[in-house]
Design a protein around this ligand. Structure first.
Ligand code: IPD
Ligand code: CA
Ligand code: CA
Ligand code: CA
Length: 289
């Protein structure tokens, strides 16, 4: 199978949206049913619905672009690994929330072209038992960001004292996790609040929507962020690592903000991240397939 030149972005986005919505249908059908849970670690779980959602998402991608490569959280790398296009899929971001029927989980589908995020679709679940609903975030490079088809923009607030923030804590409770616990304290002290909802893709979309001013986290994986990154950037947001370096979806730290707040937040994050580096903590790129 030969790749036929650069793929038009609106078509890629249409396929990404169809794929994410098929994953969301699988989740909607399961959301009021008992969960079938497997443990990946002491507290890290996965449900049968994660796997079924990933299968549904991949069916759409493989049909539309059989000569592209795919990276899914549950299934790993598949397809044509020589392709310039890598689809990055989180079939349920916020699995722990889904397992408990706590809102804030999503399907995330993103596309990388030679490592650059170019297309993103995140379907966020809203509400809760007896009141589930969804909203769909979409963006392709250069085309703006949308929520249910409406254009969205990040907030314009430049002041940490007027900000609402959101962060996350992964399953690896090592030095970076402890360092972020410290940041959580420091920023809770000086901002209007730091939330911790449990789905990085949703957090990125909430910054894009302008309802929170920034989000950050250590050790996110490419499937947590690829879709959401495109949406955030197209909504006018800014992305760097937590020590202010250029960001890639393979970076081990991420600061995503509305833009104006970025310098103030880096003043808190840069020293902590540099201290981690001095302790020998590896903050180089990871999960490069
Ligand atoms: C997790 C969520 C969570 C973040 C973790 C991720 P999963 O993904 O994005 O917000 O804090 O680092 O692993 O396992 O629910 O897809
Ligand atoms: Ca997981
Ligand atoms: Ca995830
Ligand atoms: Ca997941």
């Amino acid at each position: 199978l030969a790749t036929s030149g650069p793929e038009p972005l609106p078509e890629l986005l249409r396929a990404a949206t169809a794929a994410a919505q098929d994953g969301a249908k699988v989740i909607s059908a399961a959301v009021d049913q008992p969960r079938k849970i497997t443990m990946k670690g002491a507290t890290d779980l996965v449900t049968e619905t994660d796997r079924l959602s990933e299968e549904a998402v991949l069916r759409v991608i493989n049909k539309a672009y059989p000569d592209h490569a795919v990276l899914g959280e549950e299934g790993g790398v598949s397809g044509n690994t020589q392709s310039e296009y890598l689809w990055v899929v989180d079939p349920i971001d916020g699995t722990t929330n889904f397992a408990h029927s706590y809102p804030s989980f999503a399907v995330s589908v993103g596309v990388l072209h030679r490592g650059t995020p170019i297309v993103g679709c995140v379907v966020e679940f809203l509400g809760g038992p007896h009141a589930w609903g969804t909203r769909t975030f979409t963006a392709h490079k250069g085309g703006g960001a949308f929520c249910n088809g409406h254009p969205i923009r990040t907030s314009t607030n430049p002041e940490v004292t007027r900000s609402l923030l959101v962060t996350g804590f992964g399953y690896d409770h090592g030095p970076a996790w402890r360092s972020n616990m410290e940041l959580f304290k420091e920023l809770t002290d000086v901002s209007q609040g730091v939330r911790r909802l449990g789905a990085a893709a949703v957090d990125l979309c909430h910054v894009a929507l302008g309802i929170v001013d920034a989000t950050w986290e250590y050790q996110l994986k490419p499937w947590d962020v690829t879709g959401g990154c495109v949406i955030l950037l197209e909504a006018g947001g800014r992305l760097t690592t937590m020590d202010g370096q250029p960001y890639s979806v393979f970076s081990r730290s991420m600061l995503a903000s509305n833009g104006p707040l970025h310098p103030q937040l880096l003043q808190y994050m840069q020293p902590k991240t540099e201290a981690l580096l001095r302790q020998g903590f590896d903050l180089s790129e990871w999960y490069v397939p």
